[in-house]
Structures are given as structure tokens and as C-alpha cells.
Design a protein around this ligand. Structure first.
Ligand code: NDP
Length: 344
């Protein structure tokens, strides 16, 4: 069955891939943009196959009341992906929590008032699942209970936003159901020229010498194309319900550096110094106080930890498969070169 789908934050890294996939499947898409201030990215959306006939773009902002009402009219599915994504901010409440939480409530209220919406797919995050990975295997039953305005504030914003969404469902009993997708570190080739935060953190910072050495960091990696597919299946599979952890392989910084070196990227400023021993990790955690606040709390909560997770639910219920991490990383680096993000 073809749907009319509202996608919030249309120019975003994940949203633009979702839109590409929806259009390819024949669905009609209405995308929201904050303002036409990213004309290049909007042009890329308009160039997608099927966009001329089936994509329209409207303006909405998460911080404005009732801003999504007109956008939701006539849609039967809403994919709410828009949310600020930043690690270092000066005003965590104003820049992260308020737009994430109030914006989620606004989008759900708009979906409810539209009357035509049968399902909302929410782009949540692993940040709503855990603040710092420990030895346990994470599942959809896990919730982040440690983040705060001072500790991993982006994680806090995502947790509060997903909690607000489930609370809205409980209290308002709207005429639609809610499915949450909880991706881990999303990287991959981008539809638009803008550099996404996670592509920068994982690959640009590695290739441009930002890291002082090889740190004891391990990321649960998921390809943006697989995340987009997960969203579309969450909309298409009638029985989809609850939350879905969305992640492929876990890879350490050492594994990523080794892969990049052996794939012809050794000429870039890849870290060489081994700083992933137990002692080095303890020292770097102490030294993290000298970093910007958000980066410091991220390092303290993630250094030396290896995320472990069970993705049975998304694989069996939605039939999603995940690309190997190495394939995603190499495709991403080629794409970063294509967009000129790596310089010459
Ligand atoms: P992007 O930064 O590429 O996209 C975020 C989108 O949200 C942009 O379109 C941005 O608009 C929009 N947005 C931000 N603030 C507002 C606002 N006040 N009003 C309206 N729109 C706003 O990030 P991603 O694509 O990576 O992230 C998309 C979603 O996925 C987010 O909810 C994020 O938390 C989640 N996520 C991302 C992960 C990742 O690793 N990338 C991992 C897990 C979850 P504009 O273009 O105008 O800035």
C-alpha cells in the first residue's frame, strides 16, 4: 500500500536517505525544513528520483508551537527524525533538550490533530538506551538513566524525547501507534553536502589527526542506508511495535585505523600512538576535564567500554540486515572525498 509520509528534518543525514528510499518505493513524501537556509541540500533532495512528482517541502521548526500542524494534514505516516545533534553546546536545555522534547510533543500533537495518521516512526537513539555501555548485552528493555544536563546532554535530550513520546501515547491515546528506531553510531554516504556529526566524529577526526593517538573507544556502527531501510520497514510492517535497536558491527578505533591504513588511506593523519592500554585509558579519562564539557563527559563514559547488544528484534520482526562495518566505513570515506570534506 502506498502512503503519504511526513518526514521531519528533511535535509538531515538520516532523513534524506529515508526520503530517497520512500520515493524509490513509490510513496508520496512531505518533508519539513527549518528554513530554506541550506539551499544546496534542498536542491539535492529535489534531484532525487521521483522527487519532482512526489516530494514537497514545507517549513516547520521544533521550537515553534503548532509548527507541524499544516505539514501533517493528509499524511498517514509521520517519521520524526528532526532533532539537534551536537556533543558540545553552551546551553544544553535551550539547544538540545527543549527542541528535542517539546518538538517531539509538537509533532505527535500535530499527527493527532491531523486525524489521518496511522503510525509515527520516531528516530530515537542508542543514547536513549545507555549512557555508558557496560558488560551487559543491551536490549530494547534498557533505558538510559544516567545522563543529565551536565553529563552527556545530547544523550539526555534523546532519552527525554523518547520518554515524552511514549508518555504522550499513554496519556493522549491518539489514533495512531508509535514505533521507535534506536540507531547507534550512524555513518555512511550522504545524499547532501553537509557533513554529519557522526561522520565527522568517526572518520574526519580520525583522518585529519584530531585524535592524539589510538584511543580505547569502540563504536556500534550502523550504515545510514540500513537505518533508512529500518525506518521504511517500521512503517510498512503492520505488526511493528515498540523500540528497535538498530546497529550492525561494533568496531574499535584500532580496527578502524587498521582498516583505513590497509585500504590506501595511510597518507592521511591517522593516529599512530597506542593510547588504548588500561593505563593510558585511565590517564586520558582524568585529562578529559581539559576538553570541552560535552566531549569530556563522552570520553569519561565511553573510554575502555565495548558496547554489546542484541539485535534479534529488528532482524526478525522487520527483516533488516546490516552491512559489514568495513564496507560502510570505506563507502563513507569515498563519499567524504567526493564531497570534498577530506581536502586534497
Ligand atoms: P542531522 O544533523 O543531519 O539532522 C538533524 C535534522 O534535524 C536536520 O534536518 C536539522 O535541520 C533538524 N533540526 C534540528 N533542530 C531543528 C529545529 N529546531 N527545528 C526543525 N528542525 C531541526 O542529524 P542526523 O541525520 O544524524 O540525525 C537525525 C536523527 O537521528 C536525530 O533525531 C538524531 O538524534 C538521530 N540519531 C542520529 C545518530 C547518528 O549517529 N547520526 C544516531 C542515533 C540517532 P537543519 O538542517 O535546519 O539543521
Amino acid at each position: 500500500m502506498l502512503s503519504s509520509v511526513l518526514v521531519t528534518g528533511a535535509t538531515g543525514f538520516i532523513a534524506s536517505r529515508i526520503i530517497e528510499r520512500l520515493l524509490a518505493r513509490g510513496h508520496r513524501v512531505r518533508g519539513t525544513v527549518r528554513s530554506p537556509k541550506k539551499p544546496g541540500d534542498i536542491d539535492r533532495l529535489r534531484e532525487l528520483t521521483g522527487a519532482r512528482e512526489r516530494l514537497d517541502l514545507v517549513e516547520s521548526d521544533l521550537i515553534l508551537p503548532a509548527s507541524f500542524d499544516a505539514a501533517a494534514v493528509g499524511c498517514d505516516v509521520v517519521m520524526h527524525t528532526a532533532s539537534p545533534y551536537a556533543i558540545d553546546v553552551s546551553d544544553a536545555r535551550g539547544e538540545l533538550v527543549d527542541p528535542a522534547v517539546n518538538g517531539t510533543r509538537e509533532v505527535l500533537a500535530a499527527a493527532s490533530r491531523a486525524g489521518s495518521v496511522r503510525r509515527v516512526v520516531l528516530t530515537s537513539s542508542m543514547a536513549a538506551v545507555t549512557d555508558e555501555p557496560d558488560d551487559r548485552v543491551l536490549t530494547e528493555a534498557d533505558w538510559n538513566t544516567k545522563s543529565s544536563l551536565d553529563r552527556n546532554p545530547y544523550y539526555y535530550a534523546k532519552t527525554m524525547a523518547e520518554r515524552a513520546a511514549w508518555a504522550f501515547m499513554e496519556e493522549s491515546k491518539p489514533p495512531f501507534d508509535l514505533v521507535a528506531i534506536n540507531p547507534f553510531m550512524v555513518i555512511g554516504p550522504s545524499v547532501t553536502a553537509s557533513l554529519n556529526t557522526s561522520n565527522r566524529l568517526l572518520l574526519i577526526d580520525l583522518l585529519k589527526g584530531t585524535y592524539p593517538g589510538i584511543l580505547s573507544l569502540t563504536w556500534g556502527i550502523v550504515d545510514v542506508r540500513d537505518v533508512a531501510e529500518a525506518h521504511v520497514r517500521a512503517m510498512e510492517v503492520a505488526d511493528a511495535h515498540g523500540r528497535y535497536l538498530c546497529v550492525g558491527e561494533a568496531m574499535s578505533m584500532r580496527q578502524v585505523v587498521t582498516l583505513l591504513k590497509s585500504s590506501g588511506y595511510g597518507g592521511h593523519k591517522l593516529p599512530a600512538l597506542s593510547l588504548d592500554s588500561g593505563i593510558a585509558t585511565a590517564i586520558i579519562k582524568l585529562a578529559a576535564v581539559t576538553q570541552q564539557k560535552g566531549t569530556g563527559s563522552y570520553l569519561r563514559s565511553h573510554l575502555g567500554r565495548v558496547p554489546r547488544y542484541d539485535t534479534t528484534k529488528i532482524r526478525t520482526e522487520l527483516g533488516v540486515t546490516f552491512r559489514p562495518g568495513a564496507e560502510t566505513i570505506l563507502d563513507t570515506v569515498r563519499d567524504l572525498q567526493r564531497w570534498g570534506h577530506l581536502g586534497n
